[in-house]
Design a protein around this ligand. Sequence first.
Ligand code: NOJ
Length: 521
Amino acid sequence: MNNNWWKHAVFYHIYPKSFQDSDGDGTGDIRGIINRLDYLAALSIDAVWLSPVYRSPMVDGGYDISDYRDIDPLFGTLDDFRELLKRAHDRGIRIMMDLVMNHTSDQHPWFTESRSLVDNPKRNWYIWHAGCNGKVPNNWRTNFFERAWRRDPITGQFYYHSFFKEQPDLNWRNEDMKQAFFENIRFWLDMGVDGFRLDVVNMIVKDKLLRNNYPSKIYNRNQPETYDILREFRKLLDEYPCTTSVGEIYVLPPGSPKLAASFLGSGNDMLHMAFDFSLIFCRWNARKYYSAVQSYYDALPPAGWACFAFSNHDMGRSLNRFGQMRHTHEKARLLAVMLLTLKGTPFIYYGDELGMVNARIPRKQIRDRYGKMIWPVFMGRDRGRTPMQWNDSAGAGFTLGEPWLPLHKDFRKVNVECETADENSVWNTYRKMIELRKTLPALQQGEIEFIETGRNGILAYTRTLNDQQIRIALNFNSRKQKFSYFPRNCKILFSTSRKIVDNKDNMLLPFEAVVFTEQDV
Ligand code: NOJ
């Protein structure tokens, strides 16, 4: 058994409502994912991060959980989930669940009890306050910019919620709650899940004194006690060999590599991996990418390991962050090569392997409550959650019914069927690069050293393991660019633009991403 499999794995992030519908209700489900396991195997991914499928009133797309030990009927049943686990494992694909520790749904029985009486034994499982002269206890705001305290009519006291009011925050200072929560985690580990992605894990503990957040949010997140809880969490996980974890470390732009890395502890005693959002916030700029990546490496503890993602279900699709929507095909292919050659575990957001982009969702069809709340300032997160594009049929192969969100209008061209048949598609770039990563240990485990750090729009680096050395060059420019590092007997292992290097030329082609070596590999 390889306890470090996650360091060498390629993860694939599925937003379950949007991946594959199996029963025609227009919403993706677990059986749909089962039916697409062969697709995931063909792409050669090793593990899936599944956004929440637990029982939920779906106020926040499933991130409001009312039963941590059951599957929401929208997605199927516990038996479906067990089958998914088994069938995925049969194909060598591991399943990582989402874990929302910060809050539950207000429909969770714990909250029903907690809110019932001031002296209910579960009262302190959540964060309650009598208020100050009838007013809210402090000036904390939710992540959706509303007041974060809600007066509950039953007892007249206030409870705290970092997100929607239907998502009361748990009190991680309460030992009984913590133990009960850990039992929920055990439930899935006993079933055989391979790990967890921890939702906004840097927010789970709040200042004991509930001091006002002013001017920045320093008291309702990043509290030192969080690290102790994560150490306990890790001990629990370590009872189950070959499990792993990745934390969402929620920060505002430009990201915070140091903060993200701090949740790895020594590298062996807290989270296995932590998302630093710096890369997600990057514009199309080789220098910026270099400094985001290098700052993260610099921040890692000696035994720490990086992970990278360019898109997710909250931040939308990477291709939309680069200004005008030009050269998206080329940019998508370059990003694929970068993601799959950096030192660290890559996470691919479903559909990114096709070059999917954000959709414009008409106001009436917006489903994300956050989007509805502040439209048109922000159109919400639905834009990057549109259904997976499998083929050019009416429901894009995603559903036979009416999709829960409109399909992106480009689905007749940007879809799995077209792209698997096209040698130069974004899909084939991902597939070939994943294969290459698998066959070359240096790309999985090798040290990284930068040879070009963004000068003239070029990023270039080597990955070295023992005798194996692989080089990568990425040209962020829409024009040719001089590049003097092609060795004499240069062998191209992959290029988005050509098959051989003309040594006399020493140029990178527009938007070229090339993987090469002078060795026999
Ligand atoms: C982060 C999740 O990724 C997001 O979708 C959700 O709204 C919040 N956490 C609250 O759970």
